[in-house]
Design a protein around this ligand. Structure first.
Ligand code: SER
Length: 325
């Protein structure tokens, strides 16, 4: 299967934080009509609608996804649709049903339709409170305390099984918190690291839902897109893991992020009011060892905290800064 060329791509979760930017990047690379964006309930942006085909589907219903795969003669899927960690804790049953149900359906479709390749994101949420938190290794304890994390561990095992048992060329990354300037994330624990920029630009004030000393691994969207596409384009011989690869961008505390933003917005003030998401953050790593991804398929991030902050402030000031409100 792996020697097939990727020509017709479907992106699920295309209206989400990562999907909306990944779809545009894929359309630029493979041609607008070759990348079908699939959303569910959320309203797609004008850019997403005007730059190529857009469809809606309920991915927990296999027939609904299958119809699109056949209609567009899809050979590659980026399956991003999922319920994130904080929303998942409010309704764990729904998180299990959506995350596992849709992944199982997509894997089955990949097997039956002999798709060339499949991408599915895992997360730093696969780790738990008993995992080493600094420079967390590729191979380590996977005992998460969130339902979201449990669906990611189970998903990694399922992906690996479909590769070994059925030869489905499924590839995966354990995304850290993703920071971006186009579409806000929804329902995650790392969302503060995005919201803080919007509030700093618009109001000069932010109330952060984790403590000042909370350190988590993060990545800027251009690196996230690069990692995803590079992994999907890597020669099959270079991709030895089909559960998921650790990837890292940067690590910082909420306080360090505030200090960096203050270089551009000196009167910015951040208060801290930790809520239930603090316990989730405390159960995740502070930094990630991604040496295997670097060695096997050449992963290397471009953005650190300073580069990312400069770019975020520049983009958001243009859109939301004074005079634009
Ligand atoms: N950003 C995600 C979350 O917070 C982690 O994968 O849920």
């Amino acid at each position: 299967m792996s020697d097939k060329v990727m020509k017709r791509i479907l992106v699920t979760g295309a209206t989400g934080q990562i999907g909306s930017e990944l779809t545009i990047a894929l359309r630029r690379k493979y041609g607008r009509d070759n990348v079908v964006a699939v959303g569910h309930r959320k309203q797609p942006s004008e850019t997403l609608l005007s730059s190529g085909p857009y469809e809606t589907a309920d991915l927990t219903d296999k027939a609904s996804a299958e119809k699109l795969v056949k209609k567009y003669e899809i050979d590659t899927i980026y399956h991003l649709a999922a319920i994130l960690s904080a929303t998942g804790e409010k309704n764990p049953q729904q998180a299990w049903n959506v995350n596992m149900g849709s992944l199982y359906n997509i894997l089955e479709i990949a097997r039956e339709q002999k798709l060339a390749r499949l991408f599915w994101p895992s997360s730093i949420a696969v780790f738990g409170p008993t995992t080493p938190r600094i420079s967390t290794p590729q191979e380590t304890v996977l005992l998460p305390h969130t339902m979201y994390g449990i669906t990611k561990v189970a998903g990694e095992l399922l992906c690996n099984y479909y590769f070994i048992r059925f030869g489905v060329d499924v590839r995966s990354l354990r995304y850290p918190g993703i920071i971006s300037s186009e579409v806000l994330p929804g329902g995650g624990t790392t969302d503060y690291a995005v919201e803080i920029f919007y509030e700093a630009i618009k109001k000069r004030r932010y109330t952060c839902f984790v403590r000042e000393d909370t350190v988590l691994p993060m990545m800027y969207m251009p690196d996230c897109i690069k990692a995803t596409i590079d992994l999907m384009e890597a020669e099959p011989s270079r991709v030895k893991r089909h559960d998921s690869y650790n990837v890292a961008g940067m690590s910082f505390s909420a306080g360090e992020l505030v200090a960096e933003i203050k270089k551009y917005v000196p009167d910015f003030r951040c208060d801290y009011k930790p809520d239930f998401r603090q316990a989730i953050a405390d159960s995740w790593p502070m930094s990630i060892d991604d040496s295997l991804a670097r060695k096997e398929w050449g992963w290397k991030p471009d953005y650190d905290l300073a580069d990312m902050t400069r770019d975020m402030i520049e983009k958001l000031s243009k859109r939301h800064g004074e005079g634009k409100l």
